[in-house]
Design a protein around this ligand. Structure first.
Ligand SMILES: Nc1ncnc2c1ncn2[C@@H]1O[C@H](COP(=O)(O)OP(=O)(O)O)[C@@H](O)[C@H]1O
Ligand SMILES: [Mg+2]
Length: 607
């Protein structure tokens, strides 16, 4: 279920493994709908690259023409297609080719942009859809930051590769092969000589390059490390300031910054050495080739123009070999990014992303011998064979020590997790046989800490029913005791609540969540300590709103203060993964040595 995290150093070492390669290739399926455009783009690419190869061939011919030699172009079986007599004629051909070349280059860039941007839009959307349709446990096994970077960083890496690197790669390959072909045509002897040296240079370059990349992975690590400090302190800036630990944090960050400096300085030595090495080799090869070529010139085997052509093509080839090494690194990065994207796309969704018809349930809940442990903590059995039932319209309270598994029961009912043993049914059907969204469409949860979306109050309330009318919204806010405070805001329903709702008080957030739940109008309602974080006054407002919300619904209440659940139809007392006792307030409080009575006494002493 989990995948390799983004920032691990082995990912940054840019090697394409077999698996990564196959996963990377899966992205090709996104190209299929655009294959026609893609093929035209490729033809343009080949054409513009081949045209570019004609220039180093044509320019040196100016020397021959200056010496009043005639120049033959495009040899065909012993004769040739063109003969050029003046420099001006050659210039006309070159200018003509330049114009064609730039037009074709524009065409290729634009056509590839068309296909790439469409492909990327599909990938972005698919990826987002996939991630939000994955089960909760996926989110528990992967950090949100990692998932985030799948959609941002990894897609951008892929974008770079598709929009620049891949085309450039093929351009260099064509240049390399075309260049070698022309070299062979010019002088097979010299070409053989070069081809003997080139592999040695390439091997040296690749192994050195690999070493450098490993080192730069360490550098990335150092940067990621420093970012952790930045993120932590920015997130908890209140605590940093309250404890006047700016000095401490500053030093903590300084250490990381100095570490980055050291790593980069050390890498600068390797990089410098690498670049000087490449330059040395490049010029070394050219010098040797030149020396060899001049001997051919001396012997009259090679003309002036041919010598120049030869040198330029040698430089071209050298350039494309160096370029290919660099591009290999970039493309490997893109393969890595694609691999991580495909790993997510391959996960199994729990829901489809599409609007679903809502079938209203009655809300008869039955737990039968339910055993459960969290997937991330298989050694701790939270529920050890729990059985209870809640009839349609009943209010049932779950009571027990913190950590006993009350919230877990609600999460199971929303099917955030699978149970290991037993049965959970609603209206006689196992919840695992229902469509998960159809199930969740029938439930609403008001938690202790309500998190809101950062937009307006209206948007947050509408989340319960996206097509609600103005009247429905107003009615919901009134029922939720939220109308008054919302009307007092100058912007009313359009008030921005701030990130996660920080600009509202806890009680206000709670009542917005209640209004949202009222709009959703679920058959089954869960209240998880909905009032326990509130002061007495807002507790009363929220409690009244909750009463309105509970009206006519099957409700499971988890209450911190036992006084609020006195009227429940049934109280279920949990203890160590089991149900210790169940009954209503009268019967349970009558049991002198019962757990409920014990809890009541504890609370009585507290208040
Ligand atoms: N997502 C989770 N992954 C692993 N363990 C969890 C998770 N959520 C809760 N737990 C553990 O399960 C137990 C029951 O938790 P919970 O149902 O939240 O208790 P409470 O009765 O206080 O609501 C606790 O021991 C808690 O640590
Ligand atoms: Mg809880």
């Amino acid at each position: 279920m989990s995948f390799r995290p983004n920032n691990s150093p082995d990912n940054a070492t840019k090697k394409i493994s077999k698996e990564t390669f196959y996963n990377g290739l899966k992205i090709v399926q996104y190209l299929k709908p655009h294959k026609f455009l893609f093929i035209i783009g490729s033809v343009f690419l080949i054409f513009s690259t081949l045209t570019a190869l004609t220039f180093p061939y044509l320019f040196p011919l100016l020397i021959d023409l200056a010496h009043h030699k005639e120049v033959h172009l495009i040899p065909i079986s012993g004769t040739h297609l063109f003969t050029i007599h003046s420099r001006l004629d050659l210039m006309k051909i070159i200018v003509g080719l330049l114009i064609i070349q730039s037009a074709v280059s524009f065409g290729r860039l634009y056509i590839f942009a068309q296909t790439n941007e469409r492909v990327l839009a599909s990938i972005r959307h698919d990826l987002y859809n996939k991630i939000i349709s994955l089960p909760i446990q996926f989110y528990e096994k992967n950090r949100i930051g990692d998932l985030n970077s799948r959609i941002s960083t990894d897609v951008v890496k892929l974008q770079d590769a598709l929009s620049i690197d891949l085309a450039e790669f093929f351009r260099q390959v064509i240049t390399l092969l075309g260049g070698i072909a022309i070299l062979i045509y010019l002088s097979p002897k010299l070409t053989l000589f070069i081809l003997a040296i080139v592999p040695i240079v390439v091997i040296l370059g690749i192994s050195f390059g690999g070493f450098i990349r490993k080192k730069s992975a360490e550098a990335q690590h150092a940067i990621a490390d420093s970012n952790i400090v930045v993120e932590e302190t920015f997130h908890n800036i209140n605590i940093v300031k309250a404890y006047t630990n700016e000095w401490f944090e500053s030093n903590r960050y300084l250490k990381k910054v100095l570490k980055i400096k050291d790593v980069f300085l050390r890498n600068a030595i390797y990089k410098g050495a690498f670049i000087s090495f490449i330059i040395l080799i490049m010029f070394g090869v050219i010098t040797v080739v030149l020396y060899k070529a001049s001997s051919l010139l001396e012997a009259g085997i090679l003309g002036d123009a041919q010598l120049l052509q030869f040198i330029i093509f040698t430089v071209f080839i050298g350039g494309s070999i160096a370029g290919l090494g660099d591009l290999y690194g970039k493309i490997a990065v893109a393969f890595g990014a694609t691999d991580r994207i495909v790993q997510i796309l391959n996960q199994e969704s729990e829901t489809k992303i599409q609007p679903i018809p809502i079938h209203k349930l009655d809300g008869n809940i039955v737990f039968e011998n339910v055993h459960f442990h969290y997937p991330t903590r298989s050694d701790v059995e939270v529920l050890k064979g729990i059985s209870f039932s809640v009839a349609n319209g009943e209010k049932v309270a779950l009571v027990g020590a913190s950590g006993v598994g009350k919230t877990t029961i609600l999460q199971l009912l929303m099917r955030f997790y699978n149970i290991q043993q037993g049965k959970i049914t609603i209206d006689g059907t196992s919840i695992y046989d229902m469509d998960v969204q159809a199930l969740r469409a029938n439930t609403a949860l008001v938690p202790q800490e309500v998190m809101l979306f950062g937009g307006t109050i209206r948007e947050n309330i509408l989340y319960g029913k996206l097509d609600a009318t103005e009247e429905e919204i107003i009615n919901a806010t009134k029922k939720a005791n939220a109308y008054d405070f919302i009307s007092k805001f100058p912007e009313g329903l359009e008030t921005i609540v701030g990130e996660r709702g920080v600009k509202l008080s806890g009680g206000q957030r709670q009542r917005i969540a209640i209004a949202r739940a009222i709009l959703k109008d679920p058959a089954i309602l869960f209240l998880d300590e909905a009032t326990s974080a509130l002061d007495a006054e807002s507790e009363k407002l929220v409690q009244n709103a909750l009463e309105a919300l509970m009206e006519g619904r099957t409700t499971i209440v988890i209450a911190h203060r036992l006084s609020t659940i006195r009227n429940a139809d049934k109280i279920i007392v949990l203890n160590q993964g089991n149900i210790a006792e169940q009954g209503n307030h009268q019967t349970l409080s009558a049991q002198q040595d019962g757990l409920y009575t014990h809890l009541l006494k504890l609370q009585y002493q507290l208040h």
